[in-house]
Structures are given as C-alpha cells and as structure tokens.
Design a binder for this molecule. Structure first.
Ligand code: TPP
Ligand code: SF4
Length: 267
C-alpha cells in the first residue's frame, strides 16, 4: 500500500496553521506504517483533544477521538479487548502530561503494548497558547504574559522512570528519525514513547519571539544533539535526541492472559 492510501482525503485540507510541526509528524507516521506494510485494519489510533490529536482524523485506520487527557485510558481498554491490534496514541504535551499525566505514568508502569507519540510544542495550541507543563521557566504564554514561573521536566526521563520499555526523542527537523523511531516503537512489544519536538509558530513562536516556523526548526537542529555526543559534554544545555531505552519486559496483555489462565485452572 502507498502512503496516500492511509489518508482520509475527505478531511483535507487539514486545519493546522501554516508551518505547524504536527503535519510533519503525520508524514513521519504514515511513512513508518507504510514501511511496516501494515494493513489499515490492523491499526487503531486513539486520541484526546488538541491540535496534535487531530492527526486521528486524517488517517484511514480505526480511529477514536476521545476526551482531552484520556486517550491512553481508552487505548488501554481497546488493547485489552483486542490485543492483536496495533494501538497508536498521538498526544500533545498538555494532553499527555498535564491533564493526562497520571494515565501516562501508569500506562508506562504497566508496560502495555501501546505506542504513545508525544508532540511537544510547549504550549496548549488548540485553546490559544496557554502555558503547559513543558513550556519552561521564563517563557511567555497567553496565561503568563509576565513570564512563566513553572519549571518543565524531561518527558523521556519521566517515561523511562515510570517504566516505558522503549523511549525515544527527536524533532520535526529530523524527519527521517521521526519515521524511524515511530516504526521501531510500533514494532516494540510494550509501552513505547516517542517524544517529537514539534513547533507551534502561531502561539509559542509568536509569544516567545523565536521567529518563523523555519527558524524554530533551525533551532531544533542547533539546540539538540545525539545521545552521548561530545557536544553534549561541552554544552550540557543541548537536548539529547535518540533512543534512550529499548528493553524487554513482560507485556501487560500477556500477563493478564496468564492470570486469566491461572484463574480458570483454579490455582
Ligand atoms: C477535560 C477538558 N479540559 C480542557 C479542555 C480544553 N482543551 C482542549 S485542547 C487543550 C490543550 C491542547 O494542548 P496540547 O494537548 O498540548 O495539544 P496542542 O493543541 O498544543 O497540539 C485544552 C486545555 C478540554 N477539551 N477538555
Ligand atoms: S495553534 Fe499551534 S499547534 Fe495548533 S495548528 Fe496552529 S501552529 Fe499547530
């Protein structure tokens, strides 16, 4: 199947602003799925609410557009009832880590076989540029006109600490890595997290005067470095890109089936 066969033509043109990074993530996702040769019926994509969550409307898989912050809870239900399907959950940083933060931690802890894609634009794009937990100290937002006093945190480290068995990070500038990490995350059996730094020129970009979408992507190039690089040692402020965790641990649906079998046998 070709990449375009996975798209729902009827929902185009898309609603993202010119220069939004989320379309690049969609591109990477489609290439990952095409490379894996998955049939549309083998994929269930579940999303919450946000500009990022709109991805679900544009792909011709089984799709569920649910509640803000609750996509992983819905996806957990789907996966437990149909473990043979591939569950993909695209989320914004607000969706995944503000209102949905607890679901994120516990899905990781359970190691349920779901691919979580976190599109980190450091803002609530859909609702007009309020600050999110990932905005960072000293940034400006609609709700922080005199600068944000909340600190951010590292999504990849949180995911790893909570128990995710595949954790990777890249940016929309590194489009080949976007497709490759999503492909590996889908193949991985267990909870996988791919954080993709994805620019919101309309709100984060404008409020923080960081230039155009192209400028923001240039910054993804200059502000990031491969994991463990020499550059990171010289400049600790650089953000690391790459695969942080890739390990095998018992997967939740398999474990659950094992418990059901034991219960049926009565011991
Ligand atoms: C329960 C609930 N609370 C709040 C909202 C309003 N809301 C919709 S999207 C959103 C945040 C979107 O930000 P993010 O998840 O980071 O995605 P982005 O739009 O930046 O891609 C909020 C607060 C909602 N729809 N439902
Ligand atoms: S508001 Fe930001 S995140 Fe939403 S579509 Fe526009 S650029 Fe993208």
């Amino acid at each position: 199947m070709a990449v375009k066969d996975y798209i729902r033509d009827r929902f185009f043109p898309h609603l993202w602003c010119p220069g939004c990074g989320h379309g690049i993530v969609l591109n990477g996702l489609l290439h990952a799925v095409e490379k894996l040769g998955l049939s549309k019926n083998e994929i269930v994509m579940v999303s919450g609410i946000g500009c990022s969550s709109r991805i679900t409307g544009y792909v011709d898989f089984h799709t569920l557009h649910t509640l803000h912050g609750r996509a992983l809870a819905f996806a957990t239900g789907v996966k437990l009832s149909r473990p043979e399907l591939n569950l993909i959950v695209p989320m914004g940083d607000g969706d995944a880590l503000a209102i949905g933060g607890n679901h994120f931690i516990h899905a990781a802890r359970r190691n349920i076989d779901i691919t979580a894609i976190v599109m980190n634009n450091r803002t609530y794009g859909m609702t007009g540029g309020q600050y999110s937990p990932l905005s960072g100290y000293g940034t400006s937002a609609t709700t922080a006109p005199y600068s944000n006093i909340d600190h951010d945190f590292d999504i990849a480290r949180l995911a790893a600490a909570a128990g995710a068995t595949f954790v990777a990070r890249t940016t929309t500038y590194h489009i080949h890595q976007v497709a490759e990490f999503i492909r590996r995350a889908i193949l991985h059996e267990g909870f996988s997290v791919v954080e993709i730094m994805s620019q919101c020129p309309t709100y984060f970009g404008r409020k923080n005067r960081v230039g155009s979408a192209v400028d923001m992507m240039e910054q993804y190039k200059t502000d990031t470095t491969p994991i463990g690089s020499k550059a990171k040692k010289e400049n600790p402020a650089l953000i690391e890109r790459g695969v942080f965790v890739e390990k095998e641990l018992p997967e939740y649906c398999n474990e659950y089936n094992r418990i059901i079998e034991r219960a049926m046998k009565g011991h």
